[in-house]
Design a protein around this ligand. Structure first.
Ligand code: UDX
Length: 433
C-alpha cells in the first residue's frame, strides 16, 4: 500500500516508520524544513527508543521518504493520514483543530484517484464530518472516504505499541475505505490484534473514553494511596489485590505523583468540553481532572512535610523531571508543580534527568541542573525521586548517604523498599505505604 503521513511529529513519525517496516511505501510530510532536513540526516526530532534505527533501516530500503511538499506526498496514495498536532486551545481547553482543517484543505487539491483520508490525530467527535465537508468543498470532484483511526501509543514504548497493539480501532462508513484500512493493517492484525470496526463518531469518542478511563484508574489508585497512608496499609498490596481480578486488571494501578504528559491532561479537558457542548455531564472525569491537578502540588507539600515542615534555605535534590521515563517530554510533568511548590516555600533545587533537562530549562527557572544523579545530591537536605528512570533504580546508597547532609528520601514512584531504606539509615517516605 502507498501511504502518506501528514505531520512528522511523534505520532506521524512513529506510525510512518512502523508502516514502512511492515512493507508499505510511506512518505512522511512536514512543513518544518529543518525537521525534514534533520530526518534526511537521520536526526530524530523526538526522543523515542529504537526510532532512529527503524527510520534509517526503512529509508535505506527505499520504503520511507520525507518531504516538505504536501502535494508530492499525497499524490497517488491509497491512504493519507492526518497526524498533525491538536493542542489544547489557550483559554478554553478545546482541542485546537486549525492544523487538522488546514491539512484537510491542502490535501483536497492534491488528491489523485480514490484516497482514504484517515484522522489519526486525537480529534473531538464530529471532526471527521468537518474534514469531509472541507475536502468536498475544496475539490468537489475528489474521490475519497474519511475514516477515523485513533492511536494508542505510549511515549517510550510507541514502536512496540504500534506493532503489537491490543486492538486497532477504525471508524467509517465507506466500504471501499474500510477495505483499504484492512489492507493497511493486515500485517499487524495478523499478529492477532483485532480490528474493531465501528462508526466514525464511535471511533473518535473511543480515543477520549479510553484515555479518560485510564486517567480515572490512576487517579482512583492515587486516592486509595492517600487512604492507605492514613490507615497504615500498603497501596502496592491493595493494587495487586484488586488488579488480579480480571474485571479490574492490574495495569495503570501504580500510585504516583499524578499523571502528566501530552495526552491524559489534554484529552480529559477536551472530553469535558464535548460533554458540555452536548449537555451530557461527565462528572467522574471532572473529578479526576480536579483531583489530579491538586495532587501535583500536594506532592510538593509532602516533600516539605518529610523535611520537617520547613524548607526555607534548604536544598532539595530532584531526580527525574520528565512526566515519565524514556521520554524527554516535560508536558504537564508532576515535577514542575513539585519543584515550584518547593521553591515557593524557599527551597533551592538541584535536579537531574537523563533526557529532559533541555526541555525543563524554559519551564523551571532558578534550578541548578546537575550532570548526573550524584552531582544533584551534593550537600542536599533531601532526595526526591519524581520520575522512575531505570538509572535511578539501583543507586549506590552508601554514596548517597555521604552526599546528602540529611538522609531524607522521598520516593514518589515507590521504586524502593521502605524497610530496606530504613535499614540503610534513611528517613524514607513513599506513596501510600
Ligand atoms: C497515554 C496512553 O497510555 C496512550 O494510549 C495514549 O495514546 C497517549 O496517552 P502516555 O501519555 O505516553 O500514553 O503515557 P502513559 O504511560 O500512559 O502514562 C501517562 C501518565 O500516567 C504518566 O505521567 C505516568 O507516570 C502516569 N501513570 C501511568 C501512573 O501514574 N500510574 C500508572 O499506573 C500508569
Amino acid at each position: 500500500m502507498r501511504v502518506a503521513m501528514i505531520g512528522s511529529g511523534y505520532v506521524g513519525l512513529v506510525s510512518g516508520a512502523c508502516f514502512a517496516d511492515f512493507g508499505h511505501e510511506v512518505t512522511c510530510v512536514d512543513k518544518d524544513e529543518r525537521k525534514i532536513a534533520a530526518l534526511h540526516a537521520n536526526v530524530m526530532p523526538i526522543y523515542e527508543p529504537g526510532l532512529d534505527g527503524l527510520v534509517s533501516r526503512n529509508v535505506s530500503s527505499g520504503r520511507l521518504a520525507f518531504t516538505t511538499s504536501l502535494a508530492e506526498g499525497v499524490a497517488d496514495k491509497d491512504a493519507v493520514f492526518i497526524a498533525v498536532g491538536t493542542p489544547s486551545r489557550r483559554g478554553d481547553g478545546h482541542a485546537d483543530l486549525s492544523y487538522v482543517y488546514a491539512a484537510a484543505k491542502e490535501i483536497a487539491t492534491a488528491l489523485t484517484g480514490f484516497t482514504v483520508i484517515v484522522t489519526k490525530s486525537t480529534v473531538p467527535v464530529g471532526t471527521g464530518d468537518e474534514v469531509e465537508r472541507i475536502i468536498r468543498e475544496a475539490n468537489p470532484d475528489a474521490e475519497f472516504a474519511v475514516v477515523s483511526n485513533p492511536e494508542f501509543l505510549r511515549e517510550g514504548a510507541a514502536i512496540d505499541d504500534f506493532k503489537r497493539p491490543d486492538r486497532i480501532v477504525v471508524g467509517g462508513h465507506d466500504a471501499r475505505g474500510m477495505e483499504v484500512m484492512r489492507n493497511i493493517y493486515r500485517p499487524i492484525s495478523l499478529n492477532r490484534a483485532p480490528i474493531v470496526e465501528m462508526s466514525r463518531r464511535g471511533a473518535e469518542l473511543t480515543k477520549y473514553a479510553g484515555n479518560a478511563f485510564l486517567a480515572t484508574k490512576i487517579t482512583f489508585i492515587n486516592e486509595i494511596a492517600d487512604l492507605c497512608e492514613k490507615v497504615g496499609a500498603d497501596v502496592q498490596e491493595v493494587a495487586r489485590g484488586i488488579g488480579l481480578d480480571n474485571r479490574i486488571g492490574s495495569k495503570f494501578l501504580h500510585a504516583g505523583p499524578g499523571y502528566g504528559g501530552s495526552c491524559f491532561p489534554k484529552d480529559t479537558l477536551a472530553l469535558l468540553k464535548t460533554s458540555q457542548e452536548y449537555d451530557a455531564p461527565q462528572r467522574i472525569v471532572e473529578a479526576v481532572v480536579a483531583v489530579n491537578d491538586n495532587r501535583k502540588r500536594a506532592m510538593g507539600r509532602k516533600v516539605i512535610h518529610a523535611m520537617g515542615g520547613e524548607v526555607r534555605g534548604k536544598t532539595v535534590a530532584v531526580l527525574g523531571l520528565t512526566f515519565k521515563p524514556n521520554t524527554d517530554d516535560m508536558r504537564d510533568s508532576p515535577a514542575i508543580a513539585v519543584i515550584q511548590t518547593l521553591q515557593d516555600a524557599g527551597a533551592t533545587i538541584q535536579a537531574f534527568d537523563p533526557e529532559g533537562i533541555e526541555q525543563a530549562k524554559p519551564l523551571l527557572q532558578n534550578v541548578t541542573y546537575a550532570t548526573g544523579p550524584y552531582e544533584a545530591m551534593e550537600n542536599a537536605d533531601a532526595l526526591v525521586i519524581v520520575t522512575e528512570w531505570d538509572a535511578f533504580r539501583a543507586l549506590d546508597f552508601d554514596r548517597v548517604r555521604g552526599l546528602l547532609s540529611s538522609p531524607v528520601l522521598v520516593d514518589l514512584r515507590n521504586i524502593y523498599n521502605p524497610a530496606e531504606m530504613q535499614a540503610l539509615g534513611f528517613v524514607y517516605s513513599g506513596i501510600g505505604r
